[in-house]
Structure formats: structure tokens, C-alpha cells
Ligand binder design. Structure first.
Ligand SMILES: [Zn+2]
Length: 261
């Protein structure tokens, strides 16, 4: 059952992050249209996620409990807290990385993830432009696996949640990059290369937080000074209506024109 307070908090909180990012970007050519469209898609997607999340979470908890809960108990007090937090953040980032690689490798997952990549106006609101089932699949895979591996305190979960907000920074349309330190921490220009639609940029910079995973897997590409490639899908435009975004993986079957916003 949908928890309406949670749904409102998610929409308002994300809207606030996008609004702050919009004013940070300060693009001369910026138009609110692309941002409003992404937010318009985000509201029904969040509604569906809110509706189905309790069911998925219930299954996840049942499986984790049936397997005896997390095997590794991470410390959550004193000097153990930062150690536990680092272990959890790195492990979760690694699992996010594997999930993202799978999204680009497995056709069924790519058909959903392509909605995120279809944004030709890469900006902070691209952060929330995901197919609604993506998060549910994460709950059934990496969140379930991490629940079986780790037993974590609420404080470590909160620390990880704060790091997740860095996702909004990554999608800012700003010139921030870390040069020769790009392997250390993700940045907007580093991540923009992952969204590039230029030939040759297809399989690089998958990292969420830590590009070291790209370095280790050979997918690391340091952005060149001033590099600002066009984004979006090379072979097709993005959705033109909210309805089309809601049924994005089935667009080939249903036809592209499903009505305007
Ligand atoms: Zn991707």
C-alpha cells in the first residue's frame, strides 16, 4: 500500500535538489522545458515505485531473514563507525557499479536504462529520469544481496543515503572535473562522458561514486580539458510524452506517439 507521506517527501525532496541544481547550472541556453518534463515523468514513476516498493521490500526482508540476516556485522560505534561506513559505502558502490554494467550489457535491462540515457539536455533533472521499474529491480538484486551480506546500523544507512545525494551533483551541467585526480571521485564532466552519444564513448565511466571501479575494469576515460560532448541516444530521440516514458521499454510495440504531456 502506498505511503502517501513517503511519496510526497520523495517528490518534494527530489524537486528541491533539482531546483537547487537548476540555479547552480546557470546555463545561458537553459530552458525549463526539459527540466519540467523530467520532473513530470518522475512524479508518476515515484507513485508506481511507492505503490510496489512495500511488496518488494517485504519479499526482500523475508529472503534476508530466511537466510539468517547479514553475515558481517559492521561496527557502528566509536572508531569503528567510520571504518564500517567506509566498508559499506565502497561495497554498495561496487554493487551499484555491477548493476550499471549489467544495465548496459543485458538487452532487457538496457531497454529500461535507455530512458535515462535518452536525455539530450543532460542536466540535474536527468538524475530523476529513470524507468520506474529500475529501482524495484535494484531492491530485488543489490539491496537484497547487501542485506544478506551486511548487518548495518541505521546510522551507517543514513551516511550511505547522504552519499547517494551526490548523484545530483554528477548530473549537473557544469564544467567541474578533477583532472588527473579523476580516478578518485566522480564528477559532472567525468559522468557526462558516460552519457555522450558520440561514437567511441559508448562504454566508459560507469562509476556512481568511485571511478576506481572503471580503472579496474578498463572503462576509465579521463575527460579532456573543455570536452563537452552531446548527450542522448545515438539512434533515436527520447520520449515526447510522460505516457511514453512510463511504457518506455515497450515503445517499439506500442508505437512512439502516445500523446503529449
Ligand atoms: Zn548508464
Amino acid at each position: 500500500m502506498l505511503e502517501i507521506e513517503t511519496f510526497i517527501a520523495v517528490v518534494v525532496g527530489s524537486g528541491l535538489c533539482v531546483a537547487i541544481g537548476y540555479f547552480i547550472e546557470q546555463r545561458r541556453d537553459r530552458s525549463p522545458r526539459a527540466t519540467l518534463f523530467n520532473m513530470a515523468c518522475f512524479v508518476p514513476a515515484s507513485f508506481l515505485q511507492g505503490l510496489l516498493s512495500p511488496l518488494i521490500a517485504g519479499v526482500t526482508v523475508l529472503v534476508v531473514n530466511a537466510l539468517g540476516g547479514g553475515v558481517i556485522v559492521l561496527p557502528s560505534r566509536g572508531w569503528g563507525l567510520p571504518v564500517g561506513a567506509v566498508i559499506y559505502v565502497v561495497a554498495m558502490d561496487g554493487m551499484e557499479y555491477l548493476f550499471h554494467r549489467a544495465q548496459h550489457k543485458i538487452p532487457a535491462l538496457w531497454s529500461m536504462h535507455a530512458l535515462h540515457h535518452s536525455d539530450a539536455t543532460f542536466n540535474v533533472s536527468t538524475t530523476v529520469r529513470h524507468f520506474w521499474a529500475d529501482r524495484l529491480l535494484k531492491m530485488l538484486t543489490i539491496y537484497l544481496i547487501s542485506g544478506c551480506i551486511f548487518r548495518v546500523s541505521p546510522v551507517i544507512l543514513t551516511i550511505y543515503s547522504v552519499f547517494c545525494y551526490y548523484n545530483y551533483v554528477l548530473h549537473l551541467d557544469v564544467g567541474l572535473a578533477f583532472g588527473r585526480w579523476s580516478w578518485l571521485l566522480n564528477a559532472p564532466r567525468y559522468h557526462r562522458l558516460h552519457h555522450s552519444r558520440l561514437p567511441g564513448d559508448e562504454n566508459c565511466n560507469f562509476a556512481a561514486l568511485l571511478p576506481i571501479f572503471d580503472v579496474l575494469s578498463g572503462a576509465y576515460r579521463r575527460p579532456l580539458p573543455g570536452e563537452h560532448p552531446p548527450t542522448g541516444l545515438a539512434d533515436e530521440p527520447g520520449p515526447t510524452s510522460v505516457m511514453e516514458a512510463m511504457v518506455w521499454p515497450l515503445r517499439g510495440l506500442l508505437g512512439r506517439r502516445l500523446g503529449e504531456v
